[in-house]
Design a protein around this ligand. Structure first.
Ligand SMILES: *Cc1c(COP(=O)(O)O)cnc(C)c1O
Length: 311
């Protein structure tokens, strides 16, 4: 509320009077006029706060040029000709981010948007701008439409679900019963499952001397994980390492079964590109969770055991 009040006050100040408008009760009618009547659609939330940005899609397919941060749909939609992406500032320290974003925006305005818009031929038509409007319509319309959305729902969700439903129901629900029994068994036995140890063996990338020619190579660590599974079969779980990639996202790396240590205890093994210290810096940890090709989703049972990060 305070922010909106502030913008209202600023919009009434001398240099901005008549240049800034606040639209109340945004609805389909207002949206229709806007997407037909503006030249640039500016969208500047802080990454990763943009949920999608559908209004920019509607603008783009009406020939409005988008200028937005690389978040939501625009990260997928932007090309060098259909609009502008404000460079990512999520790595900049929080105190300096607004400053960096505004500088980046002014650079785009001065170096790209304004020259393109005001360069006109004898008939006063900004030909290159119009080419970009066409490019916006051409590239955005087929990709960001309800038609594409429905097709993807159909191909990726509805059709596979129908097929799976059919398989589950065959032979008096034979597969469904088998899955139910499996889940019941896992749930009964899951409480005793735990990660016993996570060990590192630092080494160098195999064959790196051939690849880099210097004999230096990249440091990699072999990650060795002992898991107590008790009555659970070693093929019915997945063991993986998970860590942060520093950009607000995560990386995941599957470990493969290496050996049976003793009754109910199994060894899994994988590779991590970096030292044990880098592993800690990326807040990496190991988890084990039930897995089956018959599950509809990876975490269908919502069960996982993590290694004790201090152990
Ligand atoms: C597109 C649209 C929205 C969504 O706008 P965003 O910028 O994606 O939040 C909301 N209201 C109306 C009327 C719209 O047409």
């Amino acid at each position: 509320m305070d922010l909106i009040r502030h913008i209202t006050e600023v919009s009434k100040m001398d240099p901005f009077n008549g240049g800034i408008f606040l639209l109340e009760d945004y609805d389909l009618d207002i949206a229709r006029s806007l997407v037909q009547g503006v030249d640039v659609w500016l969208n500047t939330p802080l990454k990763p706060m943009e949920a999608s940005g559908t209004s920019g899609q509607k603008a783009g397919l009406n020939g409005v040029m988008n200028c937005s941060i690389r978040d939501g749909w625009w990260d997928e939609g932007v090309s060098s000709l259909n609009g502008w992406a404000i460079p990512d500032s999520s790595e900049v320290s929080p105190q300096k981010r607004d400053e960096a974003d505004s500088q980046a925006l002014y650079n785009i305005l001065e170096d790209a948007i304004i020259p393109l818009y005001y360069t006109r031929d004898l008939g006063r038509v900004p030909r290159r701008w119009v080419d970009c409007m066409r490019e916006s319509i051409r590239t955005i319309t087929p990709l960001f439409s309800s038609q594409r959305m429905l097709r993807q729902y159909d191909e990726q969700i509805y059709q596979p679900t129908i097929k799976r439903g059919g398989r589950l129901a065959e032979n008096h629900f034979a597969l469904a019963s088998q899955i139910a029994e499996f889940k019941h068994f896992i749930c009964e036995n899951w409480s005793s499952v735990r990660v016993l140890s996570v060990d590192f063996r630092e080494g160098r990338e195999p064959f790196s001397e051939y690849r880099y020619g210097l004999g230096e190579g990249m440091i990699h660590s072999e990650v060795l994980v002992e898991v107590y599974l008790g009555a659970v079969w070693f093929q019915d779980v997945r063991v993986e390492a998970v860590g942060s990639n520093g950009m607000g996202g995560i990386w995941r790396c599957s470990l493969s079964f290496a050996a049976k240590v003793r009754q109910g205890v199994y060894l899994y093994r994988g590779f991590f590109h970096g030292t044990e210290e880098k592993w800690r810096q990326s807040n990496a940890n190991v988890r084990v969770f039930p897995s089956s090709i018959n599950f509809a989703s990876e975490f269908e049972l919502e069960l996982a055991k993590w290694a004790d990060p201090n152990g």
